[in-house]
Design a protein around this ligand. Structure first.
Ligand SMILES: [Zn+2]
Length: 342
């Protein structure tokens, strides 16, 4: 029988401290060459073990083999110069030093396919693999070549589609595109953002997801959230168009967020990955707090389409806190499963 309320995480999980500096974004690797390859594989085993023990149903690589969810993918492409860095404002929010697009972007070889193939050998559970979405990619770069956000996004969409097809071929069950930029650039999302996302999933037979959050629990994001007022209605701008898209699952930030839950009604018919774990605090949710968010979501999404998840990635947290939160997710979902089965 199909598992009711299958659990997963939005993306990254903390890396072991012998692999990379903990609680840091863009953390440099501590190993090199062959040792780094072996270290990443060991980290994949460990992150899978944490997910298994917490009862996570759809497991992931926890992004153990990448430094950052956007830049690591871009590093593997040609047309981008990592020496030539420029400072840009990411998501209209914070400055970061980013590489420059200097020519047509292409993917000369697979990026994550070997990692996914390895993860496939370690587990029989369904695997979800995250890739950056086209709009979030262009927003994490300086474009000195295309001079058009839309044109660059279409080229990234083609590249993502190549990668996604190969991930599917090695046994990935769900491919997720991370699009935090969808919460910021509403006009572009509706003009071409969702269309480029649909290009990225073209021809895939596996399930596809889009993750739209309010970002990691870093200061720039927390400060931004504090300016958004009592109700966060950003999703309202993009849900009508997303509801009509070909994307199967939509991953949202719900725990401790000010997103009115009834907005989920606007994507009725889609599978909804409801964020039931806040990644911006070290406080570990009680199972009851997790269950409470899921019960609220069930007013607007049918039980067979509810996929409990985390709000976002947990890379910036300590491993102990992240494990506690994974366990709380598993335990909270159990409470609601029991309620639904009576
Ligand atoms: Zn996120």
């Amino acid at each position: 029988m199909k598992t009711l309320l299958p659990t997963s995480t939005a993306g990254s999980l903390p890396k072991p401290s012998w692999l990379a500096k903990p609680e840091t974004l863009w953390s440099p690797w501590k190993l090199q060459d062959e040792e780094l390859i072996e270290g990443k594989q060991d980290a994949l085993r460990l992150t899978l073990d944490d997910q298994d023990r917490a009862g996570i149903d759809i497991v992931s690589d926890g992004e153990q083999t990448r430094q950052h969810f956007v830049t690591t993918f871009i590093e593997h492409l040609s047309g981008v110069d990592f020496e030539n860095r420029q400072t840009v404002k990411i998501r209209n929010r914070y400055n970061a030093s980013v590489p420059s697009v200097v020519g047509t972007v292409t993917r000369e070889k697979p990026v994550f396919v070997e990692d996914a193939k390895f993860l496939r050998t370690l587990t029989k559970k369904p695997i979800k693999w995250a890739l950056p979405g086209p709009m979030t990619m262009i927003d994490t770069l300086y474009d000195g070549h295309y001079k058009s956000r839309e044109k660059l996004a279409w080229d990234f969409a083609k590249i993502l589609n190549q990668e996604a097809k190969e991930l599917e071929a090695v046994g990935v069950d769900v491919i997720q595109f991370d699009e935090p930029a969808f919460n910021v650039f509403f006009d572009e999302v509706n003009d071409w953002g969702i269309a480029t996302l649909e290009k990225a999933i073209e021809g895939l037979k596996c399930e596809t997801a889009v993750h739209i959050c309010y970002g990691y629990g870093i200061k720039a994001n927390i400060d931004w959230k504090n300016t958004l007022g009592q109700e966060w209605r950003q999703y309202e701008e993009i849900f009508p168009r997303l509801q009509k898209s070909n994307i199967d699952l939509i991953s949202l930030e719900c725990q401790n967020s000010r997103v009115p839950m009834d907005l989920i009604e606007l994507i009725r018919g889609k599978k909804v990955m409801v964020g039931a774990i806040d990644v911006a605090t070290n406080t570990i949710e009680t199972p009851e707090k997790v269950a409470d968010i899921l019960r609220k979501a069930l007013q607007f999404v049918d039980a067979d389409k509810l996929y409990p998840c985390t709000n976002c990635g947990m890379a910036p947290l300590s491993r102990e806190v992240a494990r506690g939160k994974l366990n709380a997710l598993g335990a909270g979902v159990e409470i609601v499963r029991k309620e639904l089965s009576v």
